[in-house]
Write a protein that binds this ligand. Structure first.
Ligand code: ZN
Length: 153
């Protein structure tokens, strides 16, 4: 691995269990703020920055369906708009029921947005039902052979 972007964004080690639980707790809390009157599928996300800050996000639907934004992108756009560009991990939780029945994995658009800012081998995506039941993936696992900023440099 010797691409420009990986040199520029060193990434981080997998977060410890305490940090993971903290992110999941924040994501579960953000889920309560979701605006999803059409699908009833609420998503909460919590993004950890390289500087140790956590930005929350929820999905925000719209009567014009394509204008809907996912919880993950809400969190990323909030962070970028506040000057953050290095990210370590994101926790995501979602579903139709109060207690998520399954794992809510990021959609393709969110994975691509993550790929803009994150080292694919050292950005951790935590999909959680609760603080004890979760899976952790690298971005590369969820978006292999991706189109990245390196292609345009
Ligand atoms: Zn998405």
């Amino acid at each position: 691995m010797n691409s420009i972007r990986e040199d520029a964004r060193p990434g981080s080690a997998i977060p410890d269990n305490e940090t993971i639980r903290k992110l999941i707790t924040k994501a579960l809390d953000m889920r309560k703020k979701a605006y999803c009157p059409y699908s009833g599928y609420s998503v909460g996300a919590a993004l950890l920055t390289g500087t140790g800050k956590i930005f929350g996000g929820c999905n925000i639907e719209n009567a014009a369906y394509p204008d809907t934004v996912c919880g993950e992108r809400t969190a990323i756009f909030k962070a970028v708009s506040e000057g953050e560009r290095e990210f370590t991990a994101i926790a995501v939780t979602g579903g139709r029921s109060e207690e998520p029945e399954g794992y809510s994995v990021p959609c393709g658009s969110c994975r691509q947005v993550m790929n803009e800012f994150c080292d694919p081998d050292r950005f951790w995506i935590i999909v959680a039902r609760n603080t004890e039941d979760y899976k952790v993936f690298t971005l590369r696992q969820l978006l292999p052979e991706s189109f990245s900023p390196a292609a345009l440099m």
